[in-house]
Design a binder for this molecule. Structure first.
Ligand code: B12
Ligand code: SF4
Length: 633
């Protein structure tokens, strides 16, 4: 049990003891850890800029909030530094620790803060904390999602001296006040945890959810070099679509928190119940600085609920349009469908939006209620009618598979809904048990074993991203390939079975029945997405074969043939892919690859035949033909 203090006397004593032990210079290092799963790191993906390289937004906010103290603050982004090294050296994921050690030795800060935002970062966080514990020469603070929920374990194991829960700006200031002056003249705050006489204690004061709103971030850009980010990786497929070679990208945030409280999400628990919005003038000022002084031309929104205060958002989009900035932007964090309207879509398109994701999650009405998703099937269908009118925007959906007690028939509803909504892509994600989310309150043992295994049991939410070769485990006793469609409707499936379902749904929904490969579809859009998405999966032959079909549909037969031959070569060498191709009848494409548009439709019809019951799509795509002609103009 954590004990809440009646005064912050013990915090002061703790700070004093640490300062006497380690000394206190004016240097503080904030560490951003790898954004890839350690076990699946692949140098060739890094060289293709296929890994996430998100600039350290959280740490930049922290540094901005403490800048008045006159400290020497350095952000050590080991994710970036490792990916940079991987461009011309054979490095392993574990090399990030050597980089960190070198950076810390050179800078020699007496205070170090490490950030960890999600489960896939647990392994690198724990390695880092163990390294700092062994080094035993600095005051160690950790924060972000995982430490916020795991403070007991981390402090009991003395992996760090302080854990800051939730947003960090004001709490870090309070802690630095105590370290430097043994007191804080600012209002005292809860949510700083530390170990004192073998007990885990929490600071005393108010809860703070006031950070952020008036932060001007511009000063923090001197701590990072945006060109380095552009050269080492990408934000997500949207930033790759915007152009990797010459475009600088940056993330930006308007809101913190979310109106909804979906049962599988921890944002509300972490950010508090309110949504806070930064004033328009600050957001626009930051964008203007980034565009005119740093040369940024693509933005990605970090907001949990970008559509909050829609009128103000519309005002901001109008202002972006009026300023005539030559920018693109995207929102990979799913938007809440229920708040989309036609005027908004028009403003999104005109202000430079190239793509967004929607938080759809399930195609089953009872499951949507159960997970408290703010959306219904009717709303999804109503809004989906508008997207084709804005064909420049790439509309993807997030769909989740494997909710607690989810039945196979409910998962099938999700596949059917995706095909029915005729979106440009579905990201099928396997549900992850997340700390702080109400749906996973009963999974405490899982979280314990995750920390005890030092993150080793963490799974990726996209199965093929959890392995270095992009293949999924070939377990016995589970239905594979199209046989997954024979799973009894009422069955609840094992984790390995869900991976196979994921494989089949992704192949059937995103490839075999992709609306843009059908008569009246827009193959160009399919090409633009797959070209960038496959950077993360360099040897996936079904991505290649469908890409080859799309090029053929576009009339680029030579390119189609070239990619088809690559796919054929990969499959010829690999029994795993031979089996996969055979089971989904894709080998008919390998044997007799079409060279004309009509040939592609015919060849696809053969592959589609066994799965036709999932697709009411053909007629709908025809309706879109008129919007397509508008885009092509
Ligand atoms: C950008 C982002 C990413 C980036 C990387 C971000 C990073 N820094 O590493 C990428 C794309 C890699 C990513 C991936 C994933 N993400 Co993500 N991501 C986000 C997102 C959209 C924004 C994070 C951000 O920059 N916020 C803005 C900054 C200002 O806030 P912040 O980072 O939280 O920092 C503040 C505090 O956390 C705290 N703090 C943070 N670090 C530290 C350190 C110290 C020392 C202190 C004192 C304080 C402190 O203070 C900061 C200022 O207040 C959040 C949602 C959100 N809006 O926050 C999800 C989110 C963090 N991601 C999440 C998840 C689940 C994932 C994934 C696991 C799966 C998925 N479906 O996306 C993957 C894993 C990828 C992998 N490696 O396999 C969940 C985490 C939930 C949880 N309980 O674990 C979130 C909350 C989204 C959600 N709605 O569920 N993500
Ligand atoms: S809408 Fe998105 S951010 Fe908001 S609670 Fe639901 S999943 Fe979380």
């Amino acid at each position: 049990m954590t004990q809440t203090l009646t005064s912050n006397q013990q915090l002061a004593e703790n700070c004093q003891a640490l300062v006497s032990k380690y000394g206190l210079n004016n240097r503080i290092a904030l560490i951003q850890l790898p954004q890839f799963m350690m076990g699946s790191f692949n140098v060739s993906v890094a060289r293709q800029k296929g890994y996430y390289v998100f600039p350290p937004a959280g740490l930049m906010y922290l540094s901005e909030s403490i800048k008045h103290r006159g400290l020497d603050v350095r952000i050590i982004d080991v994710n970036l530094l490792l990916l940079k090294k991987a461009q011309d050296q054979e490095v392993t994921a574990a090399f990030f620790l050597d980089i960190l050690k070198e950076e810390l030795d050179a800078f020699n800060p007496s205070v170090v803060g490490a950030s960890c935002m999600y489960d896939t970062g647990i392994q690198s966080l724990m390695l880092t904390l163990e390294f700092l514990q062994k080094e035993n020469k600095r005051i160690v603070i950790t924060g972000g999602m995982i430490p916020s929920f795991e403070y007991q374990r981390f402090l009991k194991q003395e992996l760090c001296h302080f854990v800051i829960r939730g947003e960090g700006e004001n709490k870090l200031n309070m802690l630095l006040d105590f370290l430097h002056t043994n007191e804080s003249k600012n209002p005292h705050l809860k949510d700083i945890f530390f170990k004192h006489n073998d007990k885990v204690l929490e600071s005393q004061g108010e809860h703070d959810h006031k950070s952020f709103v008036d932060t001007d971030m511009i000063g923090s850009y001197k701590l990072i070099n945006l060109r380095d980010y552009q050269q080492a990786g990408s934000l997500n497929p949207f930033s790759r679509m915007a152009g990797l070679k010459d475009k600088l990208f940056m993330t930006i945030q308007r809101n913190r928190g979310c109106r909804a409280h979906c049962s599988f999400c921890a944002v509300r628990e972490f950010m508090g119940p309110t949504v806070r919005t930064r004033p328009l003038n600050l957001v626009l000022k930051e964008m203007e600085y980034l565009i005119t002084k740093e040369g940024v031309s693509h933005f990605e929104w970090l907001d949990d609920d970008l559509l909050y205060d829609k009128d103000e958002l519309k005002g901001m989009l109008r202002e972006i349009i009026a300023r005539g900035w030559k920018i693109t932007w995207s929102a990979y964090n799913g938007l809440i469908v229920a708040f989309i309207d036609e005027e908004l879509l028009d403003l999104l398109e005109r202000s430079g939006c190239i793509g967004f994701k929607l938080g759809i999650e399930s195609g089953n009405a009872e499951m949507l209620k159960k997970i408290r998703k703010p959306g219904t099937l009717d709303i999804y269908r109503k809004v989906a009618k508008w997207y084709p009118k804005y064909p420049k925007i790439f509309v993807g959906g997030n769909f989740m598979l494997g909710f607690p007690n989810e039945k196979f028939r409910q998962m099938l509803d999700t596949l059917r809904l995706y095909i029915d909504l005729r979106l440009d892509w579905a990201s099928f994600l396997i549900v992850q048990k997340i700390r702080g989310a109400s749906a996973f309150e009963e999974f405490k043992d899982y979280f314990t074993s995750q920390i005890e295994s030092k993150g080793a049991i963490t799974k990726n939410f996209i199965p093929t991203r959890g392995t270095t070769d992009g293949k999924i485990n070939d377990e016995e006793h589970i239905r594979k390939g199209p046989d997954v469609f024979n799973i009894p409707p009422e069955a609840e499936c094992s984790e390995d079975q869900i991976k196979e379902i994921w494989f089949a749904f992704n192949l059937v929904g995103n490839f075999i029945f992709h609306k843009n490969l059908m008569p009246g579809g827009t193959p160009k859009k399919f090409i633009s997405w797959i070209e960038v998405a496959q950077i993360g999966y360099p040897i996936n032959p079904y991505m290649q074969i469908f890409l080859a079909l799309a090029y053929t549909l576009e009339g680029n037969t030579a390119k189609g043939q070239e990619i088809y031959l690559l796919a054929k070569e990969v499959v010829a060498k690999d029994v795993y892919w031979q089996e996969r191709f055979h089971s989904f009848h894709l080998d008919s494409l390998l044997e007799d690859f079409p060279t004309t548009k009509e040939g592609v439709y015919k060849a696809l019809a053969i592959v589609q035949k066994p799965f036709e019951q999932y697709s009411p799509i053909k007629e709908k795509v025809m309706e879109e033909a008129e919007w397509k002609s508008r885009w092509e103009k």
